[in-house]
Ligand binder design. Structure first.
Ligand code: PEP
Length: 252
């Protein structure tokens, strides 16, 4: 099965305007030759429009938001809706990142509402999930991940499956410098694909890209991307450096 290969950069709450535009331009210059790899950049909200303008006519490049509101519009001061994001050129939105779950207490109900909003607005979704260190140590990591998939994907409209990307991000590997080993990543990605067979069917399971995220960098990306069920990476810290990010794009 020829699944999409994707390298996505989550800039989190980093960069000021001029840094963001320069970084996007450098990433574009260094990776545009790699047309078969989908590159998705997730800048902070205020820079999405300008990054999208820079990338929108470039084959294989997409722009995304790191979050969206669970409401469509109205009196929700400070929120940013999925239709607003779509209207400024966003193609994707990240939902369920562990930092949103931990610091902003986003639970399964909130995440399903956000996914519904995103799909209704015509955005593609990168749904993030993964276990905490204590959960891995106590051997319940697969059960945790299965629950995180079931509670979201069982309510997902079947006709939106092709707009969905998954990102397995063990919480203990995010921003810690500790990466899952390739066997750990492959085991979990294969397990996730089996969950997709149970939730949907084999054909759908084979089609959905599953990215690995958690201290992925230019030194470990090749081994991780070589795993049969790892279809690319969601990159945090290393996406803030155009050289490093472009090396990761070249790691397939
Ligand atoms: C992330 O935030 O999604 C992430 C994977 O971060 P890092 O690469 O810095 O671990």
């Amino acid at each position: 099965m020829n699944r999409k290969k994707i390298v996505a950069g989550n800039w989190k709450m980093n960069t000021l305007y001029s840094d963001a535009i320069a970084l996007a331009g450098n990433i574009l210059a260094k990776t545009s030759a790699f047309k078969d790899i989908e590159k998705i950049i997730f800048p902070p909200f205020p820079f999405i429009n300008d990054v999208a303008i820079l990338l929108q006519s470039q084959p294989g490049f997409y722009t995304g938001a790191q979050n969206c509101s669970s409401f469509e519009k109205g009196a929700f001061t400070g929120e940013v809706s999925a239709p607003m994001l779509k209207s400024i050129g966003a193609n994707y939105v990240l939902i369920g990142h562990s930092e949103r779950r931990a610091y902003f207490k986003e639970d399964a109900k909130t995440l399903s509402l956000k996914i519904e909003q995103a799909f209704q607005a015509g955005l593609n979704v990168v749904y993030c999930f993964g276990e905490a260190l204590a959960e891995r140590k106590s051997g319940v990591h697969q059960r945790i991940v299965k629950t995180q998939l079931q509670e979201i994907l069982s309510v997902m409209p079947q006709d939106k499956i092709s707009d969905l990307v998954l990102a397995y991000e063990p919480v203990w590997a995010i921003g810690t410098g500790e990466t899952a080993t390739p066997p750990q990543a492959q085991d979990m990605h294969a397990f996730v694909r089996n969950c997709l067979v149970e939730l949907f069917n084999k054909e759908v399971a084979e089609q959905i890209p599953i990215l690995y995220g958690g201290s992925c960098n230019a030194r470990n990306a090749r081994e991780l991307f070589n795993c049969p069920d790892v279809d690319g990476g969601l990159i945090g810290g290393a996406s803030l450096n155009a050289d490093e990010f472009s090396e990761i794009v070249k790691s397939f």
